[in-house]
Design a protein around this ligand. Structure first.
Ligand code: F6R
Length: 364
């Protein structure tokens, strides 16, 4: 039931504050300011590598997870697209653990990767939305996303719930590995707890984002740029836009711009830049200058400080509330989803059921 919403995707975008809150509640003890001690088939203090694999949007959640695990827990992460992982025959050490991310729990390549790790004797966790799925049955531990059924083919709420699980898990790993003190844990947990409230504020930007989308819908190609955890979000933005609106889009790490994609920039090229004001903001500003100098049309997604400090002319600036760094990817995912959604609505495509796509890809 779509309720008052025009599409399931719209409904699912709006459900995010609530389902992020449910999901976080499963991993975080808000009252005591602690990441819950989960029963895991591995000991975060003893493993020396975590192999994450998944497909599509779930893969991008894993990619953001890599930044978190490495930064908060100093735990090296190998992140792979499942269709590559399964044939690469990657050597896995005795002290590795494997984590798979999947909304459906049925994606053929992710399942095959899980079975490869099973054969290699590596402990297996799945971040999964459908608890009765094959992956959930075959894993050693289920790390559920509590997003509820996701009907829109393009993943939205499952993605931000995957990110919520990953962030909480990275905090847990950081504590277990001695890189996060009890005080820091309290602080991080408090910041995680702010995600639902901030998400409901971000969803309210939709009128502005709808206007930006109206312009975007007239273009043939769109480039997305971001650094650090905003790089996977740039990839996610491009993935969402192409699958929903059929506009060609590419996501790049902003620092890669001058290594090739800059050749594409002219007056007809919109460039969506995802850049909250953080420690590398200035670096992204210099990439924006490179775009502006060639007449590219910049759509900047940032916060108040970022909007003030960016010295570059943009055609649109979408200003989010100030958010703690750890939850920024969860919140910046929302404008990226909304941009793709409204552009597709203007294009008149079938938003909930884009051509050639299936919700669950059970064949390779
Ligand atoms: C994109 C999208 C897909 C899925 C991918 C994995 O919006 O929804 O890229 O994320 O097919 O599916 P699951 O998560 O079910 O394994």
């Amino acid at each position: 039931d779509k309720g008052n919403h025009r599409h399931f995707m719209h409904k699912e975008i709006h459900e995010q504050p609530e389902v992020i809150s449910h999901t976080l509640g499963n991993y975080i003890d808000f009252t005591n300011g602690k990441a819950k001690a989960l029963e895991l088939p591995w000991d975060f203090a003893k493993i020396d590598r975590l192999a994450i694999s998944a497909c599509g949007t779930a893969y991008l959640a894993g990619l953001i997870g890599k930044y978190w695990f490495e930064r908060l827990a100093r735990l090296p992460v190998d992140i792979d697209i499942a269709s590559e992982f399964r044939y690469r025959e990657m050597p896995l050490s005795k002290n590795s653990a494997a984590l798979f991310v999947s909304q459906s729990g049925e994606t053929a390549d992710t399942l095959a990767s899980l079975r490869y790790c099973r054969k290699e004797g590596v402990p297996i966790g799945v971040v999964v939305n459908v608890r009765e799925s094959t992956m959930a049955r075959e894993a050693d531990v289920i790390l559920p996303t509590l997003a509820g059924p996701e009907i829109g083919v393009a993943s939205t709420k499952a993605f931000t719930c995957q990110l919520s699980v990953m962030a909480a898990l990275a905090v847990r790993a950081g504590v277990a590995r001695g890189h996060i003190s009890p005080d820091e844990e309290q602080k991080l947990v408090k910041q995680l707890a702010e995600a639902p409230r901030l998400a409901s504020q971000v969803v309210k930007l939709e009128e502005q984002i709808e206007k930006v989308s109206r312009d975007l819908a007239h273009h043939r190609d769109v480039l997305y740029l971001g650094r650090d955890t905003n790089f996977p979000l740039a990839l996610e933005g491009a993935l969402k836009l192409k699958e929903l609106s059929y506009i060609h889009a590419e996501g790049y790490a902003a620092g890669e711009l001058k290594h090739g994609p800059i050749a594409l920039i002219d007056e007809n090229m919109p460039v969506v830049v995802i850049a909250p004001y953080d420690r590398i903001f200035e670096k992204t500003v210099s990439n924006m200058q490179e775009v502006a100098a060639r007449g590219g049309k910049i759509i900047l997604i940032t916060d108040k400080k970022g909007a003030e400090k960016s010295t570059v002319n943009t055609i649109d600036t979408i200003v989010l509330p100030d958010v703690p760094e750890i939850i920024a990817p969860i919140l910046y995912a929302l404008p990226v989803q909304m941009l793709a959604y409204f552009t597709a609505v203007f294009m008149g495509t079938d938003v909930d059921q884009p051509r050639n796509l299936a919700k669950s890809v059970t064949v390779e």
